[in-house]
Design a binder for this molecule. Structure first.
Ligand code: PMP
Length: 392
């Protein structure tokens, strides 16, 4: 929970390196497995010489992801790479090309994932042309949608899909169950289930991008479980391996098997040391019940953030699930975003020893996603320092 800089300053970490160190940095179960693995072998390339750790991570993913259908997993190096492969697999399975994504969505910085990502600056500006056959649909954003419910906003999106693309041409619908970079946007209840129902009706692969929300961050293994949605495919990264680079695609076996042999891969995907770290992280999450811990961390954050909102009309909205909480800042009395205030508060907090992150399409969201290893008192201290930043 504490980062010490080169000058010896201690900083309370409320960002986990962008949702990565969920089990904390240097968790003993991760360190022990990584050290053992690194002393034994560091690389063979799984496509050349398979090893057990890769298979064990895939088995854990198949067991922990929602749904009791037959599943298969493939491992990659980064979140963006996992999303790209999810698109490749969905296209191979459906023999269709169109991919649907959502306003405010973020899926990475490679060429295809830039096309999937909504926000121009800083992610896309100057970097085009972008991949074709990507369609962006309205997202449920309760703070800004007014009274419209999840099913209603989903109907806008599915009508648009039907009219502008045609359900029979859509390979995949890709959505973050809670949008991360887009502003910790929790869609209204009913939005995700309605999209899933539309996908099922039209043979579209429903992909949950759980790269930021997955692995105990929200108080469930995966955020789509809060609404009982079972994705056909799920992308994971970040929290999966306690800081080592690892990502995965897990999907229905018949979908994953649609790709020809040799169609997916990469030199380093599922590196043995990264797999060892993942097995240690998953063991820590299970033995320490980090889903329960995420809910407890979330309750502390919500209480503190509600007090902050009561004192500061610039806090327009508090939202999130579990240990993934955010506040959206506005000019008081309006809905106008205040990114300048978000930046100033984050800077003030940093100067006083707290690492926070900003996000959001309008840059006006402060997000809090501490490592789940953070002690309660340190978390409260960190949030008090953020509150002091507002007072200042
Ligand atoms: N999808 C989501 C939902 C993400 O939050 C991120 C990273 N912020 C990515 C994809 C891309 O992951 P990476 O940075 O590991 O490529």
């Amino acid at each position: 929970g504490v980062i010490v800089d080169v000058d010896g300053n201690s900083l309370i970490d409320l960002g986990s390196g962008i949702a990565v160190t969920t089990v904390g940095n240097a968790h003993p179960l991760v360190v022990e497995r990584v050290q053992r693995q690194v002393a034994e072998l560091t690389h063979t390339c799984f496509m050349v010489t398979p090893y057990a750790g890769y298979v064990e991570v895939c088995e854990a993913l198949n067991r922990l992801t929602p749904g009791d259908h037959a599943k298969k997993s493939a491992l990659f190096n980064s979140g963006a790479e996992a999303v790209e492969n999810a698109v490749k697999i969905a296209r191979a399975y459906t023999k269709r090309q169109a991919v649907v994504v959502f306003d405010h969505g973020y899926h990475g910085r490679t060429n295809l994932t830039m096309a999937l990502t909504a926000k121009n600056m800083p992610y896309k500006q100057s970097f085009g042309p972008f991949a074709p056959e990507v369609y962006r649909m309205p997202m449920s954003y309760p703070f800004r949608d007014g009274p419209h419910g999840g099913a209603e906003v989903a109907a806008w999106a599915t009508t648009k899909m039907e009219k502008e693309i045609g359900g029979a041409n859509i390979a995949a619908i890709i959505i973050e169950p809670i949008q991360g970079e887009g502003g910790f946007i929790v869609p209204a209840p009913g939005f995700l289930p309605s999209l899933k129902a539309y996908a099922a009706q039209h043979g579209i692969v429903f992909v949950a991008d759980e790269i930021q929300t997955g692995f105990c961050r929200t108080g469930e293994w995966f955020a789509c479980e809060h609404e009982g949605v079972i994705p056909d495919m799920i992308t994971t990264a970040k929290g999966i391996a306690g800081g080592m680079p690892l990502a995965a695609v897990t999907g229905r076996a018949e979908i994953m098997d649609a790709v020809h042999a040799g169609g997916l891969g990469g030199t380093y995907g599922g590196n043995p040391v990264a797999c060892a770290a993942a097995l240690g992280s998953i063991e820590a999450m299970e033995t320490e019940d980090l889903n329960a811990r995420a809910l407890a961390v979330g309750a502390i954050m919500r209480e503190r953030l509600e007090a902050l909102a009561a004192a500061h009309p610039s806090v327009g909205n508090i939202r999130g699930r579990g240990a993934m909480m955010a506040i959206e800042l506005i000019k008081p009395g309006t809905m106008d975003p205040d990114p300048d205030l978000a930046g100033r508060v984050a800077k003030a907090a940093h100067a006083q020893g707290v690492v926070t992150l900003t996000c959001g399409t309008y840059g006006n969201v402060l997000r809090f996603l501490p490592p789940l290893s953070i002690p309660d008192d340190l978390l409260r201290e960190g949030l008090d320092i953020v509150a002091a930043g507002f007072d200042a």
